[in-house]
Design a protein around this ligand. Structure first.
Ligand code: 5SP
Length: 214
C-alpha cells in the first residue's frame, strides 16, 4: 500500500501541532531540513523536530538537505527522527557515505539516500544493499510548490526493477498531486511526499486519500 508523507514545509508554522493533527490518513510526516548552503533556502532544524516529535506519533521522515550531514546527524537522532535521508551529492567519498549509513543504523534509525533530478541513479547503486529507502527528487531541492520533473519516473522504474533483490523502498518528493502521484506509484514508488497539494487542499483528508488510491 502506498504511503503519503505530507511535507511540513508547507504547513503554517505558527500552529504546527494543529496543522499536523489535520493530516488524517497519513502515517508519515516529511520534515525538510535546509541549511542555506546545500540548498538556497533555510527551513528548520533539530530543536523544532524535537517539538514535532512531542506533538505526533507519525513516522518522522527527516530529509537532510545540508552540506555536512555527519556533523548534525546525532542531533536529529536525539530529536526523534525515525528515518534520516541525506543527499549523495553532499558526500565526498564512498567511505564517508558508508560511515554515515552505519552510524545512523547503529542508533536504530532507518536510512535513506536522496538524488537530485540531475543525478543519475548509478550514483546510489553501490548503497542499495545498505539503505532502507531511496528518495528520488522530482524537483530541485530547496522549495515547495514547484512543478514535477518526469525524469523521476524513469529513475523510479529503474529502482523498482532492483527493489526485490535489495529490499529498499522508493520515495518521491516534489510536485506530487493526484496525477503525478499516480505516475510514480505505477512506476513502483512506495512513499509519496506531498507539500502544497495536501496543505493547500480544501480537504486535506481527501487530498491524502486521493494519493493513497492505487
Ligand atoms: O524537499 C522538498 C523541497 O525541497 C519538498 O519536500 C517540498 O516540500 C515538497 O513540496 P511540494 O512540491 O509538494 O509543494
Amino acid at each position: 500500500m502506498t504511503k503519503v508523507a505530507p511535507s511540513v514545509l508547507s504547513a503554517d508554522f505558527s500552529k504546527l501541532k494543529e496543522e499536523i493533527d489535520t493530516l488524517e490518513g497519513a502515517k508519515w510526516l516529511h520534515y525538510d531540513v535546509m541549511d542555506g548552503h546545500f540548498v538556497p533556502n533555510i527551513s528548520f532544524g533539530y530543536s523544532i523536530l524535537a517539538n514535532v516529535r512531542k506533538a505526533t506519533d507519525l513516522f518522522l521522515d527527516v530529509h537532510l538537505m545540508i552540506t555536512d550531514p555527519m556533523f548534525y546527524v546525532d542531533e536529529f537522532i536525539k530529536a526523534g527522527a525515525d528515518m534520516i535521508t541525506f543527499h549523495i551529492e553532499a558526500m565526498e567519498s564512498r567511505e564517508k557515505t558508508m560511515e554515515l549509513i552505519n552510524h545512523i543504523h547503529a542508533s536504530n534509525v532507518q536510512v535513506g539516500i536522496s538524488i537530485k533530478p540531475g543525478t543519475h541513479v548509478d550514483a546510489i547503486l553501490p548503497y542499495l544493499n545498505d539503505v532502507d529507502m531511496i528518495l528520488v527528487m522530482s524537483v530541485e531541492p530547496g522549495f515547495g510548490g514547484q512543478s514535477f520533473n518526469d525524469i523521476a519516473v524513469e529513475k523510479i522504474k529503474t529502482l523498482n526493477s532492483l527493489k526485490g533483490k535489495y529490499g529498499f523502498i522508493i520515495e518521491v518528493d516534489g510536485g506530487i498531486n493526484e496525477q503525478t502521484g499516480k505516475l510514480c506509484v505505477e512506476a513502483g514508488c512506495d512513499v509519496l511526499v506531498a507539500g502544497s497539494y495536501v496543505f493547500k487542499a480544501a480537504s486535506r483528508r481527501d487530498a491524502i486519500a486521493s494519493l493513497l488510491c492505487e
